[in-house]
Design a protein around this ligand. Structure first.
Ligand code: MG
Length: 313
């Protein structure tokens, strides 16, 4: 559950109470008002402090952000600016025809990073929901495969890019951060979809946010790339946008397939994640195939490599 605190003049707290007139509910002690809009609870206090709590408090907080005053305790500005940057999408955009993008495999020691971008038309949203498209974190790997298969039958314009381990390790050694790799992979996938769309212009592009937009822009700039028009960033976007959820499913499905392929190649199962079990399997891989082979299967700069070597000593 998210929370944003804004500090505003008390006149604005009164205006807010007016604005949320039809959503008011009993307010806690000391509060001027409390209201519930969709899943967001808004509570305004005499001090000028206003709390926005719930699934996605940004949707309401952004409306009032411009009235913010210097907070007494230093928390207000920080919380708000961190969550409500200039690239935050309007809620209305999320139900329009947009491109969504998301990735998988970034926290896993074994296997590639996969990034997918998908264009879903507004009229396809209900059907995609019916197919079970939702945040892939709430789905089993098996159902992700099934949903991905069904989704592809709809012929949605999409792109899937895979950064295999040898290339990942090479870029990492050249000084690329994982953030930079992700930024460029998202950019590549989105550009492919824009190319496929030709003259059709999406209402917007929503990227599941993994870093501050300024950082993303800096990565693009360092490789002479430009952010396409109408690009927005949102954390947990896969739970708010069907296009991003669809992208998260395609990315995850491909990651799972790649893991199965790599496991077959090495002759035993490569576990997902980066746990102690992963260290043991990495040690086994080094023992059987040598360090040279490890770089074809793993993200070498993860601490798991050192831990695996320690197992062997
Ligand atoms: Mg994501």
């Amino acid at each position: 559950m998210g929370q944003i605190v804004l500090n505003v003049p008390d006149q604005i707290v009164k205006e807010m109470k007016q604005a949320y007139q039809s959503y008011l509910k009993p307010s806690p002690p000391g509060a001027i008002f409390s209201a519930k809009v969709n899943a967001i609870t808004i509570t305004g206090y005499k001090s000028g402090k206003v709390l926005f709590q719930g699934g996605n408090p940004e949707f309401e907080a952004t409306k009032w952000e411009k009235h913010m005053v210097e907070p007494g305790d230093g928390t207000g500005t920080k919380n708000a600016s961190k969550l409500t940057h200039n690239y935050y999408p309007d809620q209305a955009l999320l139900s329009q025809s947009i491109i969504g993008s998301d990735e998988a495999g970034t926290g896993d020691y074994f296997g590639p990073i996969t990034v997918a971008a998908v264009y879903a038309e507004a009229k396809q949203i209900d059907l995609l929901k019916e197919l079970g498209v939702r945040d892939s974190k709430n789905l089993t790997d098996q159902s992700i495969q099934q949903i991905a298969k069904q989704m592809l039958l709809l012929n949605l314009p999409y792109s899937l890019v895979v950064l295999h381990n040898p290339k990942y390790n090479q870029l990492q050694q050249q000084g690329w951060t994982q953030g930079k790799m992700k930024a460029l992979l998202h950019h590549t996938a989105i550009s492919h979809v824009l190319d496929k769309l030709g003259t059709t212009k999406p209402a917007g592009i929503v990227i599941d946010q993994f870093c501050q937009p300024e950082v993303y822009l800096r990565h693009l700039k360092s490789e002479n790339k430009q952010l396409p028009e109408q690009t927005y960033f949102m954390t947990k976007a896969e739970s708010h946008s069907i296009a991003v959820a669809a992208a998260s499913i395609l990315a995850r499905a491909r990651f799972v397939q790649e893991m199965a392929r790599l496991s077959k190649q090495v002759g035993f199962e490569l576990p997902k994640g980066a746990s102690a079990k992963v260290d043991q399997v990495a040690a086994r891989l080094i023992k059987q195939h040598g360090m040279v082979k490890l770089k074809e299967f793993a993200k070498l700069h993860f601490a798991n490599t050192t831990k695996a070597r320690n197992y062997l000593n």
